[in-house]
Design a protein around this ligand. Structure first.
Ligand SMILES: CC(C)(COP(=O)(O)OP(=O)(O)OC[C@H]1O[C@@H](n2cnc3c(N)ncnc32)[C@H](O)[C@@H]1OP(=O)(O)O)[C@@H](O)C(=O)NCCC(=O)NCCS
Length: 315
């Protein structure tokens, strides 16, 4: 049996930082409100001349180096993003060109904040069915480019960044299971409608409703993942969650009876970077030697669509 395994991780955050105090100058808000309600203190923001694919490239190179592979052995590139450089072609094609890789399939996945889990699910299946041996998966978003900085109800949440993993075929798992779902009936609760005039398309969100549904849904996906693998809560070494709101992270940790020191938390410094948040957190946990080989990691995400999902992986 062939399994897929993550053999290298990398990440990238833009230099420019937007703090809560900076937002106080733009909006009717306060550092105290943002910190208490979300856990966010700052977020990274791309420069005007920077693109999503530039961030993806920086994270990808680090993951390729960490995996110690020849980039030309990559036979599939997947980019999970909601903020592609262009309407078309895909950011995955642009990234392939920047990496000077030729010929392998490359495509984007659009599942908003669940994009990395969706991408992981696809990559795992390509490898398990021997349709690919080495996959580059990048979660990347430039959420600042679709944020309305006059809307205090959600402008405070978003940040930019990229995280990447290289997956390879392996005799041992690896990825134990992935679980993905969607419920399109909720599309209007968190969306970026296309404007008919030429003004900027920006995020619209019913924050408190999204919050409640996210907590309930993540509760269920935790049960689904544990049951599918015949595992108990106590078997999980680390929770690497999508970073949407510290209160959502705490609710999932409570559900798993995990103390918060077993949860990789980046939201205070990164904000919500959408598809990038899980691979950014995973890379941080591995680089800090918190997450160690052989440990069991549960990842989960919830986002626009609604979409949601989880992955259980052995490092
Ligand atoms: C957005 C979010 C932080 C708002 O927090 P909340 O506790 O739900 O707050 P509410 O939206 O109910 O608003 C409560 C009050 O705070 C006010 N408020 C909203 N944003 C504010 C801000 N940035 N600063 C100060 N006050 C603010 C509201 O106007 C409201 O005032 P009112 O009671 O006078 O009407 C929270 O709902 C959230 O994180 N939701 C999940 C969003 C999410 O994760 N989305 C992405 C999914 S991937």
């Amino acid at each position: 049996m062939s399994f897929s395994k993550i053999i290298g991780t990398g990440s990238y955050l833009p230099e420019k930082i937007l703090t809560n105090h900076d937002l106080e100058k733009l909006l009717d808000t306060s550092d105290e409100w943002i910190t208490t309600r979300t856990g966010i203190k700052q977020r990274h923001i791309i420069d005007k001349d920077q693109k999503t694919s530039d961030m993806a490239y920086e994270a990808a190179i680090k993951a390729i180096n960490a995996a110690k592979i020849d980039k030309n052995t990559i036979d599939l590139i997947i980019v999970a993003t909601t903020t592609p450089d262009k309407v078309f072609p895909s950011t995955a094609c642009t990234l392939q060109n920047k990496l000077e890789i030729d010929g392998c399939p490359a495509f984007d996945v659009q599942a908003v904040c669940s994009g990395f889990i969706y991408g992981l699910s696809i990559a795992d299946k390509y490898i398990k069915t021997r349709s690919a041996r080495t996959v580059l998966l990048v979660g990347v978003d430039a959420m600042s480019t679709i944020t309305d900085y006059t809307d205090r109800g959600n402008a405070i949440l978003w940040g930019d960044g990229a995280g990447a993993v290289v997956l390879s075929n392996s005799h041992e798992p690896g990825i134990l299971s992935t679980h993905i779902h969607a419920q399109g009936k909720y599309e209007d609760m968190l969306h970026v409608p296309r404007k008919i005039d030429q003004s900027k398309d920006t995020i619209e969100m019913v924050g408190n409703q999204v919050f409640k549904i996210a907590v309930k849904t993540l509760d269920k996906i935790v049960d689904e993942t544990l049951e599918a693998n015949n595992l108990r809560k106590s078997d999980i070494d680390w929770l690497v969650p999508h970073q949407a709101n510290i209160r959502i992270l705490e609710a999932t940790a409570k559900k798993l009876s995990l103390s918060m020191d077993k949860v990789i938390v980046t939201i205070d410094r990164h904000g919500n970077t959408s598809a990038a948040s899980i691979p950014l957190a995973l890379d941080e946990g591995i680089q800090a030697s918190k997450i160690l080989p052989d440990q069991l990691v549960l990842m989960e995400a919830f986002g626009g669509g609604f979409t949601w999902g989880s992955a259980l992986i052995r490092i």
